[in-house]
Ligand binder design. Structure first.
Ligand code: UDP
Length: 403
């Protein structure tokens, strides 16, 4: 067991926030699960995040040796796009907290570019290594879909931090290559460590039971889980539905909320009506993560039509529940999904190929079962404990006290 203490900085993504709500998603899940898993290995983790609407306590334990600490960082109502000017306030509050409490951190691990700006400053003040995980990159996002341009400062900060950080964690070879190609990052400082999945929560449940509970009769269920934001490409589901040859016994379950959920659902509904596929769709809204295994286990296929995913936790969660995934061949999805083994990877924005791939699976029970079993097997190598071991090794290479 180590005696190390790491400061996680997750400025705008609170690990206590409910994923699938507002802007919360995979990053919030990652920070929480990794902090807990590291704590389980004996690394004490303090996760610093900004005060936000709905937060109650300044300090909350999430596991023995892991806690979340809320500090001031601008008006809590301010949206993420406008948070850059508040970073100095947060940095100073974090430094004061560390001093007031006599804390000694051996490493700073930051999440997302805003946090990396804070972490760069603090790691140099404290004289400790800076590890950063960007989760998404401005240059990659802006290449994925028109209109995905973040603030100009973002790309500049990402480039600077890539050059200054002791290690940059990339989830996939795709992300690592993008860092080298688009930011001229030094490949030697990039560590490839995938995202994880909670294997005790996300596991195959009895199919008949969960289907009964969800009111599914004999239909083939195609599941979408995620915020309904444009980058996730949910409208492809509608075009794909229109291409299916076997429309009668297919039902789409669309799970997830997000900012502007009502308008997003209204837009989807009217598009569905225009394509004459409205009756195939159920918009379930946000589901608490603890109930998601029911949906994944009940589904025949999980469909992930995103324009881009740096990792794509939903695909991995579905696989952990033994469900094949049909996903766009983009970003992390092309690493998680093994084409023709655990599902299918399809060209970006091609509803007919999505429809063909899904039909191949739903028309062949044997194939669906084999792909589901292979999917679970692949996910089993990606439990959070395994990921935390890799991260601890990374810390240990930089800090002898953590090992
Ligand atoms: N999620 C959830 N409830 C929902 C929709 C999503 O708990 O109704 C969770 C889901 O389990 C996953 C995360 O939100 O862990 C989404 O992560 P992903 O990497 O797929 O997408 P992101 O939101 O980070 O873009």
């Amino acid at each position: 067991m180590s005696v190390g203490r790491a400061a996680f900085i997750s400025f705008h993504a609170c690990p206590l926030a409910a994923p699938g709500e507002g802007k919360s998603g995979g990053m919030n899940v990652y920070v929480k699960q990794l902090a807990k898993a590291l704590a389980g290995l004996g690394v004490q983790v303090d996760v610093f995040t900004r005060e936000h609407p709905g937060h109650t306590d300044i300090m909350t334990d999430i596991a023995p040796f892991a806690r979340v600490i809320h500090l001031p960082g601008g008006d809590p109502e301010e949206p993420v796009e406008r948070l850059f000017p508040f970073l100095p306030e947060f940095r100073d509050a974090l430094r004061a907290f560390q001093q007031d409490n006599g804390l000694d951190y051996q490493a700073v691990h930051t999440h997302y570019w805003l946090s990396s700006w804070v972490g760069r400053a603090l790691s140099s003040t404290w004289g400790v290594p800076h590890v950063t995980t960007f989760h998404t990159l401005a240059a990659v996002k802006s290449q994925s879909r028109a209109g995905e341009n973040g603030p100009e400062t973002r790309q500049q900060v990402e480039k600077e931090v890539m050059a200054s950080a002791d290690r940059v964690v990339a989830f996939t070879p795709h992300e690592r290559d993008a860092m080298v190609r688009l930011y001229q990052a030094n490949p030697k400082t990039i560590e490839l460590i995938p995202c994880g999945v909670d294997l005790s929560l996300f596991r195959p449940l009895d199919r008949q039971t969960v289907r009964r509970e969800l009111g599914i009769n004999g239909e083939n269920v195609l599941l979408y889980v995620g915020r309904l934001e444009p980058l996730k490409g949910p409208e492809l589901l509608l075009h794909m539905a229109a291409q299916l040859e076997t429309q009668d016994d297919v039902r789409f379950l669309v799970v997830g909320g997000g900012v502007g959920q009502d308008e997003d659902v209204d837009r989807m509904r009217s598009l569905a009506a225009g394509l004459n596929v409205g009756s195939m769709f159920d918009f379930v809204g946000r589901v608490e993560q603890q109930y998601l295994p029911k949906y994944y286990s009940a589904a025949d296929v999980c469909v992930v039509p995103s324009y881009y995913e740096s990792f794509g936790l939903v695909a991995l969660e579905a696989m952990a529940c033994g469900t094949p995934v049909v996903a766009a061949r983009v970003g992390g999805l092309s690493t998680i999904v093994q084409h023709a083994r655990t599902g299918y990877l399809t060209p970006l924005r091609c509803p007919d190929t999505f429809a063909d791939s899904v039909e191949m699976i739903i028309s062949n029970k044997k194939l669906r079962r084999a792909m589901g079993a292979a999917a679970r097997q692949k996910a089993e190598g990606l439990g959070w404990d395994n990921v935390a071991v890799r991260v601890t090794e990374l810390y240990a290479a930089l800090v002898p006290e953590i090992r």
